[in-house]
Design a protein around this ligand. Sequence first.
Ligand code: BDP
Length: 714
Amino acid sequence: MNLKKFISLALLGLLIFNTQAQEGYELWLDYKEIQDPTVEKSYTSFLNNTEVIGNSSTIQSIKKELQLARAGFDFEDSEPNNESKLIIGVQNKLPSTLKNQINTKNLGEEGYKITTINNGNTIVISGNSEIALLYGTYGFLREMQQWNDISALNIEDKPKIQKRVLNHWDNLDRTVERGYAGFSIWDWHLLPELIKPEYKDYARANAAIGINGTVLTNVNSNALILTPHYIEKVKALAEVFRPYGIQVYLTARFSAPIELGDLDTADPLDENVKKWWKNIADEIYAEIPDFGGFLVKADSEGQPGPFQYDRTHVDGANMLAEAVASHNGIIMWRAFVYSEEDPDDRAKQAYDQFIPYDGKFADNVMVQVKNGAIDFQPREPFHPMFGAMPNTPLMMEFQITQEYLGFSSHLVFLPKLFEEVLDEDTYSNGENSTVAKIIDGTNSNKKLTGIAGVANIGTEKNWTGHPFGQADWYGFGRLAWDPYIDSKDIAQEWLKINFSNEEDFVKPMTDLLIESRETVVNYMTPLGLHHIMATSHHYGPGPWVDDLGRPEWNPVYYHKADKNGIGFDRTASGSNALAQYAKPIAEKYSNPKTTPEKYLLWFHHLPWDYEMKNGKSLWNNIALHYQKGVEQVEQMQKTWATMEQYVNEEEFEKTSMLLAIQLEEAKWWRDACLSYFQQFSEMELPTGVPEPEHDLEYYKSIERPYAPGINPSW
Ligand code: BDP
């Protein structure tokens, strides 16, 4: 190739790379140039002299990642210290001189250790498996991405939760239920022949934050995924993910034995049904030996399940568990259930259905419980099932995609929400029995532990649509690895890695991220209000909706506003959902005066003039919260406007435009909800809250029939 051609190709490459970086495709693996000369020198020294022991595909991935980092950090001007060395190897394969110095006994299979020895001249990344080395490498690079001092680095880290899983609600036609970032990244039609580079980049990004499993298909599932034609495609993905320690799972449609034309029943106690599932499992494992298992939504929102045959959740889950047990597979059986025949408070139904079965599930079953008992609201008290099933492994299900939080047009830092839930005390085993301790098994010595996040990923160039949606994916992974990390630390880490290390950027932007969760609660569902979103797509306000087929699909069911007041009475005088919580909570929350105000209307129906802690009426407080939410978005805009110098042009512009949408919609929420509730309160808006621009009929008339994320089969 002549020089001219070489230069033009190189420039083109640079341009493509740069455009991708501008669009955010690289996620947290965008190794930006290091501009701090003090750290640059030591980074150069270690990265330019590395020894990675072994030759497997995981080891190749580590080597590749180090190369990418070296190229991205761009060490050109720095003089390395030739004595420095980075050694990466599984403990029992380290040279004998090192073996004695590095103890990895307590690290399990996935934990890693980064040790500095030899007067600071040698850094060793070690663990008990190659995947541990991969995690260690990403941990090491994360230090560098934040420009941290590595001269005396000593880190020991291991995941506190075993199954750290993304749930994709992706359909085989590539639509994504509750997906707001384009279509599904799984190109089923062209798999297995076409392996898109995105698949590998997806695996890298997930491994970098410790995610080790992915459920490829929607919980509202399609039995076709279990046929050989599709299993071949799943296998191709599993092969890309394997070197990155990511196991593949699928959703199992309970009626598949009938739908795929083989049997006329799906009764879990029927021998032929059992055999059918065992065969399917064997077929899958023959192709994908490390297949993770099945996620099942049964007898929920019209999905088939064991109830049709007068069987129980245990019958259903254990039958599937048996089919995968000999292959070390697991069943994640969802507890998101509520029945159209049951007139009881929807918030109580999952608990009532599952608690009697504590201890009855097979060892390889996890019950996957949503946060929270209603449905991924901007704020819900923790689900009372956490703490109430000491003999059953409970998996947490968070929603990363923003179904009820403004889709991918609103900036909301969800790790703050996740943290609030994980930190709640269930009192199930005395004080300090936090939800995190239930999930990670420490509260009752659970052998199997897990956490799932419903993904916000799609074909958008930056994967998540909103540039800040990436932070939610990132933060979910970090909390899945360690549910005790402070969400503020996650925010800082992500901001530094993604944008800039400058203090004048990191500090105000960390505050912005941390506050963004309360902001959305304020302008959507303050003081314990919930599920008052517009119907079906859940975009925008719809507190007036009262005409849907099932009572609990209607927002009026949840807020119960009338002339006498507002809120859902879940105390003994109402649905008594409170009785599902441990005594200290049930007692405290049974009185509105001792209920945290953030949960007030979740548990109590109160008069509009009820006096709140600040001495003002409930009505005034509701109105002021809505107003505050709007003002907080204005503040976000102001802060962001000063950040142009720290972020790339594309992301700056995009975020600015999205914040403008968020502000308009915060006002829409405020004005629509206040106009609606005011007809019952018949009270004036307090000073500082502007009169709505339009009348209630106008807000009611707004329709968004093509808002994204709706399942096309509905
Ligand atoms: C609700 C969603 C629906 C899901 C369901 C579930 O609106 O699309 O299928 O949860 O989690 O939040 O099964």
